[in-house]
Design a protein around this ligand. Sequence first.
Ligand code: HEM
Length: 406
Amino acid sequence: MAMSDTIPPMFDPFEPGFFDDPYPQYRLLRDEDPVHEHPMLRLWFLTRYEDVSAVLRAGLSVEARSLTTGDVFEQSEALSGTRALVDNHSMLERDPPDHTRLRSLVAKVFTRRAVAALEPEIARLVDDALERLACAGTADLVETLAFPLPFTVISRMLGMPPTDSTRIRELSGALVRSWEPIADSEIMDTLIHASAELMQIIRSLIDWKRRHPADDLLTALIAAEHEGTVLSEDELVSQVVLLYVAGHETTVNLIANGVVALLRNPDQLELLRSQPHLASNAVEEVLRYDTPVQLTRRITIAPHTIGDKEIPAGSLIIPCLGSANRDERFFGSSADQLRIERPEARSQISFGVGPHRCVGAALARLQGRIAIERLVKRFPNLSLADDVAWNNRINLRGAARVPVSV
Ligand code: HEM
């Protein structure tokens, strides 16, 4: 994006270098146009910490059908991905009272205690992955650790039977395009087909689970569905898809982006190695520094004022968590640097805030801490063996390939 007195800054993910490092663009928007009305995409992009946090706490709508601005669906590519979500029953796409009912059901079985009990199993899975890494000497950290760990953990928590994980991985990779702010018609087609196939797979896994109940999340959700008034069949399927996809497509980026950030800041890596008690704060700091879920979305039902701008009813607002986490107004002048001792790291906003804040935050933090802690401890000579490749996603930003040598 060119800096100029006459051309205002614009959110432009097609600018060269954006996927390697979107943060300079976000800084410019924070400084020059923090409540940015995109001229072509017909959305409002928020980049400052205070605005992002206030909008998420304000309890605005998340239901795509609330978008009422005439033919806005037809005119804006930005909204085509959102349109795919109109019939989605997941709690992420529902307002109260449905949201309250769906969320409380999941939160009831997704407790802090249930998550903490997973620590020994997660440690075992991490150690197995590190053993494979030790044998290989040089390998892709995403394939050996960052992807398989959260995928296995959420599969086991749900109580999924052994199934074709390669196909599920492909489908969920396609499905998360619906969380991207821009989707052309080709992506939309892929997304609609992937969604239908994944729903079908999940329905058959649910049928299997009905015949094989156990002490797991899926059995608990099926029990709620049996009560009929609590959870319909479509809602059951949508919550399972959400938990499955959100359970791994995000945590993979926490681990991969976190390790890349530490390897690119050797002083911080050394600090963590010499003071392992900093691991929890280091996880907060990497979540802040290179945010795994960069954006979310809200919809105005009534006009909504932010600063000196009035956003009309029926508009799509994109609060940018990744930018808020780099806001020097909140995190100080070192906001662009990785500092694993940073006391304010715990105020990072990577899991959202307000009614839709992440249900899986404790699980993600636990996996991130155990993975990073044990990786750093086991391999004192860990280094990047080649260039990092990014996944070229605007929202679920992550390293797609992290070649490391141990
Ligand atoms: C919601 C981020 C891991 C399940 C959210 C939201 C964010 C987020 C930003 C709020 C979206 C909004 O306000 O619109 C992350 C990140 C993760 C992570 C960065 C990992 C580093 C997980 C895991 C699970 C999960 C492991 C489940 C196993 C959910 C669910 C919601 C949610 C169910 C919807 C909550 C609601 O709508 O009330 N997550 N998440 N997430 N997350 Fe996560």
